[in-house]
Design a protein around this ligand. Structure first.
Ligand SMILES: C[S@@+](CC[C@H](N)C(=O)[O-])C[C@H]1O[C@@H](n2cnc3c(N)ncnc32)[C@H](O)[C@@H]1O
Length: 436
């Protein structure tokens, strides 16, 4: 069974096109697919990412319209799509990302202390060392061994050892990115863009690790050589959107972002394969401490320890602007829970998610200028068929935090064609525009 069938209200950022109906004829904001043909964006396929061309257009419009300097913030920076585009437009930007693996990706993509020549020299050295290294398969976890046949893992291990042997530099971070980005294409087991592994599926075609690494290194060199001179104004902060300590007061004039949706997608599990390969975690059990505790609580895996405190969370004053509606939804979810085998704690997830987002809006008000504009790419959700109007509640939380007004531009319908879907609640996705 695919992840899609298991997760009927999965966000459309992860859905196939057949499940959605594009409403905007031009660029949709919510898909990473086109980024795979764009310099720098194509270095790592981050399926939760949004459209770089849409971000580019949004930045261009702001530069044309704004009289003062444009300063951009992405509080959920992900793989750095907005930062790469801000650098391209040569405007200053901050990105905040709390997932350690994803933050590292964004930082590697926007690092300004290397160039094509330095990276070429670095990868030549890595490959030369790798060829001489003796593979050590025993050093890999059960998961990694399950995903790669010995002869492929042997090559990957040689590359990993070579990568470890060379001292810390910006090039080393790009080397890490290059190696991370080829893992799934080298595995013959089904590795979807997101799930760590689909044990019952196999791929017909897999890449040779040395060849794949060389190809990726060439691509990175090419893009580095093409990067405009002086295009380095972004800063990636590994931090928390709920409290963006490093971002100065009233700094941003434009916010472009997409937060996790409250749809039970586990961002921590999504990078398990890569983090395990590099020895950053030993297994699933480590994800809570290594990753999940830093993230907005948007999946039930986050909240098992706090289920008993649901009513306390709902009573938080931060939720006053949506109190009546959220209480009704949480009641409905608690009831629905008993009618479903999985008995998932969506009621706690929704309460914790909106408490987290209320904190994000509060801190966004602090770090944005009085006339800032904010765009959140968001999608609604319907766990156990209980509708959660994410865009409206977000807008209300924004206004309660001191923003002036909000409007929503729908870009696509979701959950309208899906044959296996478990509920028939129509969903949508779009841009929530908030005025400062
Ligand atoms: C939809 S993705 C953003 C993707 C991004 N627009 C891109 O193009 O790569 C949402 C991101 O929010 C991050 N995130 C979750 N909780 C966070 C928090 N408390 N602070 C900062 N980032 C967080 C997730 O790790 C994820 O990368």
């Amino acid at each position: 069974m695919t992840k899609k069938a298991k997760n009927p209200f999965q966000r459309s950022l992860f859905e196939e096109e057949e499940d959605s109906h594009l409403l905007s004829s031009s660029k949709t904001s919510s898909t990473f697919a086109d980024n795979l043909s764009l310099p720098i964006h194509r270095w790592f396929r981050y399926s939760a990412g949004f459209s770089a061309l849409w971000a580019r257009e949004t930045i261009r419009t702001a530069i044309a319209e704004q009289k003062s300097e444009v300063r951009i913030l992405d509080p959920f920076a992900g793989s750095g799509t907005v930062l790469v585009e801000a650098d391209r437009a040569q405007v200053p930007s901050f990105g905040v990302e709390s997932h350690p693996f994803v933050a590292r990706l964004a930082r590697a993509k926007t690092a300004n202390t290397t160039n094509a020549d330095k990276f070429k020299a670095y990868t030549t050295e890595i490959l030369a060392r790798a060829e001489k290294n003796k593979p050590n398969l025993e050093s890999h976890s059960v998961l990694t061994r399950k995903c790669f046949p010995d002869e492929i893992l042997a090559n990957l291990d040689q590359l990993r050892s070579a990568w470890r042997q060379v001292e810390n530099t910006t090039e080393k971070e790009l080397g890490w990115l290059a190696l991370a980005s080829i893992l799934r294409q080298c595995s013959p087991v089904g590795t979807a863009n997101w799930q760590y592994v689909l044990p019952k599926k196999t791929k017909a075609k897999t890449s040779n690790p040395f060849e794949a690494f060389k190809t990726k290194a060439k691509q990175i060199c090419f893009d580095l050589a093409e990067r405009p001179v002086g295009a380095h104004k972004s800063s990636l902060i590994r931090g928390d959107a709920r409290s963006m300590l490093e971002v100065p007061d009233e700094w941003a004039t434009l916010v472009i972002t997409s937060p996790p949706y409250p749809n039970n997608f586990d961002y921590a599990d999504a990078t398990r394969l890569e983090m395990t390969f590099f020895g950053e975690i030993e297994g699933w059990g480590c994800l809570q401490d290594a990753v999940r505790k830093y993230l907005v609580r948007s999946c039930t895996q986050h909240i098992s320890p706090i289920v008993s405190t649901t009513s306390e969370i709902v009573r938080s004053p931060e939720l006053d602007p949506i109190r009546k509606e959220i209480e009704a939804v949480i009641d409905a979810l608690e009831k629905a829970r008993h009618e479903h085998g999985g008995k998932k704690n969506y009621h706690t997830m929704i309460a914790a998610y909106f408490l987290d987002m209320a904190k994000v809006w509060k801190d966004l008000r602090r770090v944005t200028s009085p006339h800032a504009r904010v765009c959140f790419v968001v999608g609604d959700s319907a766990p156990y068929s209980v509708y959660v109007p994410v865009d409206v509640w977000m807008g209300r939380l924004a206004v309660a935090s001191g923003f002036r007004s909000f409007s929503f531009l729908k870009t696509r319908d979701r959950n309208i064609k899906w044959k296996n879907r478990k509920h028939r609640v129509p969903l949508h996705e779009g841009q929530l525009w908030v005025k400062g």
